[in-house]
Design a protein around this ligand. Structure first.
Ligand code: FAD
Length: 423
């Protein structure tokens, strides 16, 4: 063991681990990134089917104004494709209504219809919050004291009408939490990010994000299909599942929260919150273009009891994700539903047919992704930044050490690199 020459070992090649490796490597430090999976990205993966569909493992977008994403990515090389700002909302009575720029221009967005979405006061309150958040540092928003988003929305004065018709389906989709129990400081951060930036995806799918970071690292610094079984000597050695032991100058645990708990146990500071929110993404192919009713807009379902919560048509945004002449439908169902893939698909079909027309009954089911631990639960009172240094030579990073977002994964990875580089 020679700490002068041993690499810093990073366990996990998700966005947090890759970000940490990126900044350390840029500063000339030797790193070794280990991941149990067969590719980089962690929760940000894209599969290519034999027919040529590119399917993200769960519907996911990049908000282009995320401070950490702007630091990290070459947006031009990612060939980012943007969703239009807004949504088509399916109301509880089955009517669909289109909202263009609801957070940026609430008065214009909500006036076209005799406002089944909310009251005039509701619209003025959106404009008021947008003005309040304007110019505030994202970090300052995250550092605020918090309550649940639902409590914040009610206290701010919004009606139940707009909460149920807009905030619940829209932010419930961001949080994977339609109860809106997620902390209000995170609500304000996300609200500001939607005002300042675009919702975008790389033309070839979300996995292009981690691939861009990984391409900056020497090939020898990344070992895939390599599960770590234990972290030893406060981060000076790691033992692989294969039994091999590797020496380290320091170890950074950049896994998801539950895996970190298994690796670190009592090394983790209390209180420990590694509960996570599940989601299911069901993909369908359509013969010919998909019948979207709002080009490049997300579709949100305000209907209580529905299983198709959010629907997107990814090929409208990037034609590269489908074989020529085909359309793609991505249907997200948040939370636990207790259904098999087949039963869920059969329950989705009539909902989609009522929403998008009878052809939906014939759409070809492509794949179902069930993501049990999609986002860490982030409730009121949880700090937006937990301690990242656990011992002198043992660190952690990842969204579960901060808040549920790509920005947090990238940011905690950079912060750990900064601590290591400053010593
Ligand atoms: C469906 C879905 C939608 C989302 N939507 C958005 C969105 O729109 N916007 C947004 O900002 N965020 C979104 N997120 C959240 C975002 O993807 C995550 O916050 C982020 O990717 C977390 O990165 P991470 O590096 O912290 O963890 P992970 O991506 O979980 O990476 C951890 C890595 O550790 C590896 N690992 C675990 N255990 C071991 C072990 N013992 N040995 C070796 N390797 C191990 C895993 O294989 C994995 O690669 C979404 C997430 C999901 C799943």
């Amino acid at each position: 063991m020679n700490p002068e020459h041993d690499p810093i070992i990073i366990i996990g090649a998700g966005m947090a681990g890759l970000a940490c490796a990126n900044w350390l490597h840029r500063a000339g430090r030797a790193v070794l990134v280990l991941d149990a999976a067969d590719a980089v990205g962690g929760r940000v993966r894209t599969d290519v089917t034999p027919e040529g569909f590119r399917l993200d493992r769960g519907f996911q977008i990049l908000l282009t104004d995320y401070p950490e994403a702007r630091r990290m990515f070459d947006y031009g090389a990612l060939n980012l494709k943007k969703y239009r700002s807004g949504a088509v909302v399916r109301l509880a009575d089955g009517r669909a209504t289109t909202l263009e720029n609801p957070l940026q221009q609430p008065l214009a967005a909500f006036t076209a219809l005799a406002s089944p979405i909310g009251t005039l006061t509701d619209k003025l309150l959106i404009a008021k919050l947008a003005a309040q958040l304007q110019g505030q540092a994202p970090e300052a928003l995250l550092a605020q004291p918090s309550e649940t988003t639902l409590a914040f929305l009610r206290r701010y004065g919004w009606s139940e009408q707009i909460i149920n018709n807009f905030f619940r389906p829209f932010f419930g989709g961001v949080y994977l939490d339609r109860e809106l129990g997620t902390a209000s400081n995170f609500f304000q951060f996300v609200f500001q990010q939607f005002i300042k930036g675009d919702a975008a995806v790389p033309a070839l799918g979300m996995q292009q994000l981690p691939e861009q970071i990984a391409a900056r690292l020497p090939a020898s610094s990344l070992r895939l299909n390599t599960a770590v079984a234990a972290v030893l000597d406060a981060g000076r050695r790691v033992r692989l599942a294969s039994g091999e032991t590797l020496p380290a100058a320091a170890t950074v645990v950049a896994t998801d929260g539950p895996a970190a708990t298994r690796l670190l146990g009592s090394d983790l500071p209390a209180p420990l919150t590694t509960a996570a929110r599940p989601t299911t993404c069901t993909y369908f192919a359509t013969a010919g273009a998909a019948p979207s009713l709002g080009h490049k807009l997300l579709h949100l379902n305000a209907l209580p009891g529905a299983l198709a919560h959010n629907v997107a048509f990814p090929a409208e945004v990037s034609a590269a994700v489908v074989p020529a002449g085909q359309g793609l439908v991505s249907v997200s169902t948040h939370g636990a539903h207790g259904l098999t893939d087949e039963a869920l698909t059969e329950r989705l079909r009539p909902e989609l047919a009522a929403w998008f027309g009878p052809a939906a009954r014939q759409w070809q089911h492509l794949r179902t992704y069930r993501i049990a631990q999609a986002l860490p639960v982030y409730g009121p009172g949880q700090p937006a930044q937990q301690p990242l240094r656990l011992h002198g030579t043992l660190f952690r990073c990842g969204d579960w050490a901060a808040y549920p977002s790509l920005n947090a994964a990238l940011g905690t990875g950079r912060q750990v690199a900064d601590i290591l580089l400053s010593q």
